[in-house]
Every structure is written in C-alpha cells, then in structure tokens.
Design a protein around this ligand. Structure first.
Ligand code: FMN
Length: 182
C-alpha cells in the first residue's frame, strides 16, 4: 500500500509535461478531490474552469507569463477562481484563499496518486484570462494548475532532466516547529 506521506512527498512542481491527453475519468477525479476539501463553515469558495480543448488552451496560453511557457505542453489547465467575500468572515482573514488552497492541494495529491504531474502557478495576466474564459468580474483567479503526464526523463536534455529530478527543499523543522510553546 502506498503511504499518503509518500505521495505527498513525491509531488513536485515539474515542468516537463507530455502533451498526451489525460483520460476524462482522471480529470473528473481530480476535480472531485478538490470539491471534497474542507472549507471555513463549508463555504466552498472555489470554482474550477477546466480546459482541455486544444483551441481553448491555446487562447488561454496567451495570458501566461513568459516564465510559464513550459505549461503550454500540459493537456489540462484548471483555473481556480473565487469571490473575495466567498469564504467565511472569521478573524477578518481572507479565508477564501484557504478554501482554494486546500482544494488545490487535494487536486495535486490526487494527480500524484493517478501518476500525473500537477503544477500550480501565479504567473499569468488575470484580467486577460478572466476575459478569455468569461469569468465574472467579481471573481478572482487565485491559481491556475496545469496537469498532465510527465515526459519520459530519457527524452529530456541533461539540463531539463537535472531540473526535473533535483531534490526538493524545505526549511528545517527547527526553524518552523514550536512544541508546546513558540
Ligand atoms: C500559489 C503558487 C504559485 C506558484 N506560481 C508558480 C509559477 O507561476 N510558475 C512556476 O513555475 N511555479 C509556480 N509555483 C510552484 C512553486 O515554485 C513550487 O511549488 C515551489 O518551488 C516548491 O516546489 P515543489 O512544488 O516542487 O515542492 C507556484 C506555487 C504556488 C503554491
């Protein structure tokens, strides 16, 4: 049995997408994983716009920042949008962001489970993407997540292969963990 921690640690924001189509059942299960995320007072602030049509994808790609050009190879793009007042109002915090974040992470982990790669991004022009996709003005695009199978590592040049396999890093535990007291 695959441990969930193993799948959490296996997830990485790779860039080498294979443009092979992703089966619809896989896409559905990724969205389902997002939909079952927890949210403050069950407000479920998230909305998902799923793009798989090559023409729709190609128009949406125009909104991507130059640094995210790699994402044009990904066969699935999920735009996650929410209203700024769509979450709960506790502590005057923008909880819609947490709802969306939890849904996004659920989707990323489900993708790993299916043998796919998911890459969340913030590098795109929000206004033009909203216009292209007909997203109502009162919604904000919080993230755009790209999904697809990873390209065979043997098909990559050395630089790309190194980038795709480089160990991921995190702050050491003693910098972020406080036990019983800060
Ligand atoms: C909100 C958010 C926005 C991000 N935006 C981008 C982006 O625009 N382009 C990109 O290549 N990676 C983006 N990333 C991916 C991060 O760079 C990546 O998660 C981080 O470096 C840790 O690497 P890992 O996901 O492989 O563990 C984003 C991640 C998050 C959570």
């Amino acid at each position: 049995m695959v441990e969930i921690l193993e799948e959490i640690m296996k997830r990485r924001s790779g860039r080498a997408f294979d443009n092979t189509a992703v089966p619809q059942e896989m896409i559905d299960s990724i969205v389902e994983a997002g939909r079952w995320a927890p949210s403050c007072m069950n407000t479920q602030a998230w909305n998902f716009v799923v793009l798989t049509d090559p023409e729709a994808l190609s128009i949406a790609h125009e909104a991507l920042s130059r640094g995210n050009a790699y994402a044009k190879e990904a066969p699935v793009m999920i735009v996650v949008a929410a209203k700024e007042d769509g979450g709960c109002s506790a502590h005057e915090l923008p909880y819609f962001m947490m709802d969306v974040g939890l849904a996004t992470q659920n989707m990323l982990i489900q993708a790993v489970h299916l043998g796919l790669m998911g890459h969340p991004t913030a590098g795109w022009n929000e206004e033009s993407l909203k216009e292209t996709l007909g997203i109502p003005v009162e919604y904000r695009i919080v993230t755009v997540v790209f999904f697809g199978f990873r390209k065979d590592l043997d098909a990559l040049d050395e630089e790309a292969r190194e980038r795709e396999t480089k160990p991921r890093t995190r702050k050491p535990l003693d910098e972020i963990l406080h036990t019983n007291k800060w």
